[in-house]
Design a protein around this ligand. Sequence first.
Ligand SMILES: NC(=O)c1ccc[n+]([C@@H]2O[C@H](COP(=O)([O-])OP(=O)(O)OC[C@H]3O[C@@H](n4cnc5c(N)ncnc54)[C@H](O)[C@@H]3O)[C@@H](O)[C@H]2O)c1
Length: 391
Amino acid sequence: MANILDEFKEVHNEAVIDASKKLRIGIIGCGWIAKAHLDSYLKQPDIEIVAGADIIPGKAEAFFKKANMEGVKCYASGEEMVNDKSLKLDAVSICTYNRQHAPCAIQALKAGVHVLLEKPFTVTTEEAVEVMKAERESGKILSIGFQPRLDDNMKMVKEVVQSGVLGHIYYVQTGGGRRRGIPTPFGTSFIEDATAGLGALADIGCYSLDMVLNSLGYPKPLTVTGVKSDFFGKDPNYIGYKNCGHPEYAEKFGVDDFAAAFIRLEGGIVIDFRIAWAMNLDTSSDTIIYGTKGSLRIPSTECWNGSIGGDLVIYHEVAGNQVTTKLPMKKDVPGAPSNFDKKIRSFLDAIKNGTAAPVPSSEILYNQAILDSIAKSSDLGREVEVVIPEI
Ligand SMILES: NC(=O)c1ccc[n+]([C@@H]2O[C@H](COP(=O)([O-])OP(=O)(O)OC[C@H]3O[C@@H](n4cnc5c(N)ncnc54)[C@H](O)[C@@H]3O)[C@@H](O)[C@H]2O)c1
């Protein structure tokens, strides 16, 4: 006889996937995150990895050899790959460093290929707009790689905010950071201006912003006052450089390791934001969403594991009493796909079903415009208006 508690167990039901037609996939940029894409694609029954590209000679070949996939066709650039019509590509994952996101996405969309583009969207707002023009002209799907959004707890944050229980939301404190966490063990593509363009802002700041902006329904950003700094990144004695044996990385460091901003959004909402790759602190505090009927506290995470750092707490008033309500964190369901696997699956499903991009460019454009405006405001030393060119 079944245990009566079984009916309360959260179960993960696998959706049935039609594997009769296989989508032909290519990977552009065969570095660190490309492996996560490859592993996730290989779990899907309805894909074939047919091509890979990297501008470093031999890197794509070595990548697929290591994965025992020597039959995959390799190219010296993303552009060469997407323009080889004999490949009959359906879609590509773009896993290049930030500065190559826009050119590779535009080339792929113009070649008529669906695109899953790693985060951040681009480096500048203008680049994001150019990618979106190519997206519109191509009619293809462009989804941006924000897998934390697919996390069950992140979904709960959005549900709470959208439920109206907080009333009018007027102030948000968000951000995060690592005590020592400039990403250097794998080389310099995250810290050089020529490859990354933006540092902590684009690497992890975009996630904090997506958590709150997605919950709020992506209101339009209006103005930004931002600052950025590089005190840790420029220090040859930074412990991370010592640990990886590269004190010369301090010379190469050309992006932000810390940024903060005051962001005004449509609807009378302001965001107080800060992000750090390195700081003399354990956490730069919880995310707090202040509303006229209630406020929501989202405990900070070890930046960034894709979920929230603990139970959600709502501070509100019931019949004149100050009440605190805890919403327990949802636990991982054994056997359920990871957020990364959900990112890949949702992209493939959108292609097969002809539905909208799971993480649409129209939303992430605002995220990108905020990152870009923080950098611009910091360079100018004053508040800037967020200007988004016509698409
Ligand atoms: N979603 C996530 O969890 C996550 C995690 C890590 C990194 N990322 C993002 O993924 C991107 C790549 O990060 P990474 O750590 O893999 O970097 P990486 O430096 O290890 O790899 C990037 C690769 O792209 C190649 N490349 C650059 N331009 C190219 C082009 N035009 N055609 C073909 N290849 C090209 C480079 O030679 C390099 O091998 C970054 O934008 C980063 O923000 C996302």
